[in-house]
Design a protein around this ligand. Sequence first.
Ligand code: GDP
Ligand code: MN
Length: 379
Amino acid sequence: MKLHEYQSKLLFAEHGIPIPEGKVATTPKEAKEISKALGGRVVVKSQVLVGGRGKAGGIKLANSPKEAETIASKILSLKIKGLPVRKVLIDKAADITSEIYLGITNDRAARKPVFIASAAGGIDIEKVAAKTPEKIIKIHIDPILGLQNYQILNLAIGIELTRELWIEFNKISHGLWQAFKNNDATLAEINPLVITADNHLLAVDGKMVIDDNALFRHQDIEEGRDLDVEVEAEIKAKEYGLTYIKLDGEIGCMVNGAGLAMATMDIIKHFGGAPANFLDIGGGADEEKVAAALKIILKDTNVKAVLINIFGGITRCDLVAKGILEALNEIEPDIPIIVRLVGTNEKEGRALLNDSDMETAKSLAEAAQKSVLAAKEEH
Ligand code: GDP
Ligand code: MN
């Protein structure tokens, strides 16, 4: 579960990390009032669960309450990467002299949390990581021993932090580790942690992701879940017991079984395409589930072709075929659909699909190639 910036920063503050004074507003008028209370100069920050808000126009400085109101009204009508902005955080503006990146996540290969820091923080951290990886310092944390002072010192030296800030940096690092550990997070990130004009450290942006499997231990956090701004399709999928994750490609995938879904995505990539989603309809899926899945896939406007890859075991191919036909009846999509059905009742399933416009394939490789080609032609 992803937390909003304001939620993440509140958890940071509970662990002794300094954050700007601020409050959430849902209307321009509220934004104006908050800005007044904060002394005028504020940053208006869209609260949406995606990165790169700054570049999308979702973060703006305002010099007066009036200006905060105007900007808030603009930002509250934005959609950022498809997500509507329903809340803005109004933070007292900071005078920034430099921006540091600080984050903790799990390094699965090392089987340990990894603490990452860079002096080149801010909105272009991904570029820094890709082009000048030597500017990014990583230190693994032993989960039993926890983060050690000498490790924090090594990080501070690694990012060439001036000595006067070492004590603050130490406190913030411990705070971030505690916030990560105590909340069962898979990510706790401050980007940027800024050095202010009066030479202090301040966490201007915050991001946390909590492990869904540990949410039962954090009911207070789960109550803050913002269904409103989670990807709508993912919520719909949950309702039908489908596992759906939206991705950036253009080939919609409907597959039964997580392993087969992964293999399908890999083979699409192998043939030069990109999957638009991960979707596992699960074992024993019936018509209703299949129809729901197809509808969710077709709602994504990036999708230029659909690949349905079903291996019938418990799942019956004829029921899947019926589900597909039912969904097609309702939606009448104008993009190509390629189907590969094998296993239990495959003959019956294929017979049902024979009269439709769908293309069938005998092997997964053939189906993947056909869908990559079809998606390219649709462009
Ligand atoms: P993101 O784009 O979603 O990562 O949003 P951030 O909260 O990190 O803001 C993006 C950028 O806006 C930061 O890297 C800063 O350069 C700038 N910014 C954010 N808050 C302030 C502030 O209080 N004062 C100033 N001057 N700039 C800010
Ligand atoms: Mn940021």
